[in-house]
Design a protein around this ligand. Structure first.
Ligand code: NAD
Length: 295
């Protein structure tokens, strides 16, 4: 299959590489020359532009930061939907507003292009290992068309509902993750302040009723987990500003449907304060800095 892949960041880079390794002909593109170089060095063909990447593609996959990037890539007179051949399948895996996903899907349908939203969970580790969870919004038939491609990048594929439903599932999940990371950070900081060994405490909680994904795979304290972003200076991973975006999407959605999300609102404010303190580009687990003893 010929696959165009747009957006080669922390997630998109390894996802595109997995499609290449699976034997697909991948034409990749990112606005960042450094991101393109990383993939080129691993044997992936780099296109000169997004428009060139989609020429002759059977499937287009995008993995961009936020709603505005997806909207400006696909919509408008210069947008990619005007350059993609009718009959092509577009899989947008970015985490964006459900309303934007629906808008792009409608614009695609008007041109005979099927667009599904397929945001992911599993972090950069899951992207590298090809074990991501996909939450798909779109028709059952379009999901079945996408399945062989998604299976090369992920281990779990869920049909959340119609267009935009994948995004709604994703922001529910990330609101919970944002809250869990702060709670986990507080608990570790409290134990450390009392002289406990953070590795021992983390293991106790991981195997007890406080166990969660942060303790399993993504410990926020440096040195506890060798491969976690915390042990790599909070580089790579899932940026604080991306988590802040997702918590904002969750709050906008909660207002629209009059849902009560007190901890989600508090979590958004805490990540906002952390970002304002200059940590927006660090992995979101660096939020532990808010509750950790300095020095
Ligand atoms: P990132 O910032 O590392 O990468 C995004 C890439 O998109 C950048 O390389 C940027 O140059 C590129 N880009 C932006 N606009 C573009 C355009 N018009 N054309 C081509 N390239 C363009 O972000 P990421 O961590 O890879 O996250 C991507 C998406 O996945 C976000 O929506 C994020 O919320 C979501 N997500 C991230 C993680 C994670 O752990 N990092 C996990 C799940 C979901």
């Amino acid at each position: 299959m010929k696959i165009a892949f747009i957006g080669l960041g922390n997630m998109g880079g390894p996802m595109a590489l997995n499609l290449h390794k699976a034997g697909h002909t991948v034409a990749a593109f990112d606005l960042s020359a450094a991101a393109c170089e990383t993939l080129r060095a691993q044997g992936v063909a780099i296109a000169e532009s997004a428009a060139q990447a989609v020429q002759g593609a059977d499937v287009v996959v995008s993995m961009l930061p936020a709603s505005q990037h997806v909207e400006s890539l696909y919509l408008g007179e210069q947008g990619l939907l005007a350059k993609i051949a009718p009959g092509t399948l577009v899989i947008d895996s970015s985490t964006i507003a459900a309303a934007t996903s629906r808008k792009v899907a409608e614009a695609g349908a008007a041109r005979g292009i099927a667009v599904i939203d397929a945001p992911v969970s599993g972090g950069t580790g899951g992207a590298i290992a090809g074990t991501l969870t996909f939450m798909v919004g779109g028709s059952e038939a379009d999901l079945e068309r996408a399945r062989p491609v998604l299976e090369k990048m992920g281990a779990n594929i869920f049909h959340a509902g119609a267009a935009g439903a994948g995004q709604t599932a994703k922001i529910c999940n990330n609101m919970l993750l944002g809250i869990l990371m702060i709670g986990t950070s507080e608990a570790i900081a409290l134990g450390v302040a009392n002289g406990l060994d953070p590795k021992v405490l983390s293991e106790i909680m991981r195997r007890s009723s406080g166990g969660n994904w942060a303790l399993e795979k993504y410990n926020p304290l440096p040195g506890v987990m060798e491969n976690a972003p915390a042990s790599k200076g909070y580089a790579g991973g899932f940026g604080t500003d991306l988590m802040l975006k997702d918590l904002g999407l969750a709050q906008e959605n909660a207002m629209a449907v009059k849902a009560a999300t007190p901890l989600g609102g508090m979590a958004r404010s805490l990540y906002a304060a952390h970002s304002l303190a200059g940590h927006g580009a660090l992995d979101f687990s660096s939020v532990i800095k808010l509750v950790q003893k300095a020095g």
